[in-house]
Each structure stands twice: as C-alpha cells, then as structure tokens.
Design a binder for this molecule. Structure first.
Ligand code: CMP
Length: 144
C-alpha cells in the first residue's frame, strides 16, 4: 500500500551529524520525501508523542533527551514505507539492532537510539498530524 510514516532524527543523531546519512538511506531505497523540518520539540509535543510511555520509569529521561537539542522530523511516502522504515531503522534496543540498520550502525544503547520511526500505519497518521501541519506536507510527482 502507498502510505506515509514519520521518521525523526533525535537530538543525538543531529549532534553526531547523521542527518544526511539517514536521509540518504531513505532516498536510495526509493521513498519519497514529502515533509522535512528541524525543530526544538516542545514539552507538549513530546508528552503527546510518548503518551503511551508516560508511566515507564525511563519516561522523564526520555523527555529530557528528546528536548536536549533539535530534532529533524521527516515524512516519507511509499509502498509499505511504515514496515520498511522499521527494518531500516533497526530494533528499538540498539544492542539487538542488526548491522546495516541505522541503529545497528550508529548506536549502542536503547536510550540514545538516534532515530524514531512510526510502528504502524495508524500510529504514523497520528504522529504525522502531531509533528506537521497539513500545509507543511508537499504532494509532488516527477515531471516528464
Ligand atoms: P522509540 O522506539 O523511538 O520510542 C520510544 C523510546 O523510548 C525508544 O525509542 C527509546 O528511545 C526509549 N526507550 C524504550 N525503552 C527504553 C528503556 N528501557 N530505557 C531507556 N529508554 C527506552
């Protein structure tokens, strides 16, 4: 199915200059970039984004980490992009992430795992509308 997903380079990924590498992986796979921005995530966006984790012991440090610097948020479109992105990003726990994935190549710890990718089509829709206004998403096609 043609679908969209939210991919976000987390503050550690930005600070380590990994934005270009991550964009390149999605472009060369064949996905289409339809939204892109750098921002300092607000507490309210992060609280909404991580609502399901609010009772976890690591929640306060997760929010601090995600607010510790800018994030690069992207919307990628394409065939099965939600599932493919999860494989490209690798296991949430970096120690389990396979080499060749973003986390398997660049991260050693679950709490500094470089990148976020939506985990289902429904979650992707919710996360895209949380991080982007609809006017910030661009519908474009190759010209002839
Ligand atoms: P992500 O899957 O993008 O979104 C939830 C985040 O919570 C996850 O990445 C990790 O960054 C973080 N997280 C999940 N489990 C733990 C944990 N046990 N300790 C620290 N951070 C965690």
């Amino acid at each position: 199915a043609q679908e969209r997903t939210l991919v976000a380079v987390k503050p550690d990924g930005v600070q380590r200059r990994l934005v270009g590498d991550i964009i390149k992986r999605f472009e060369q796979r064949g996905f289409k970039l339809v939204g892109l921005k750098m921002l300092q995530a607000s507490e309210s966006t992060l609280a909404d984004h991580y609502h399901d984790l609010r009772r976890k012991p690591f929640y306060p440090s997760l929010i601090r980490y995600m607010a510790s610097g800018p994030v690069v948020a992207m919307v990628w479109e394409g065939h099965n992009v939600v599932r493919s992105s999860r494989f490209m990003v690798g296991d949430t726990d970096s120690a389990q992430a396979k080499p060749g994935t973003v986390r398997g190549d660049f991260s050693v710890h679950i709490s500094r795992n470089v990148v976020h990718a939506s985990d289902s089509v429904e979650v992707a829709e919710r996360e895209i509308s949380l991080w982007f206004h609809s006017a910030e998403l661009v519908n474009w096609e190759n010209s002839d």
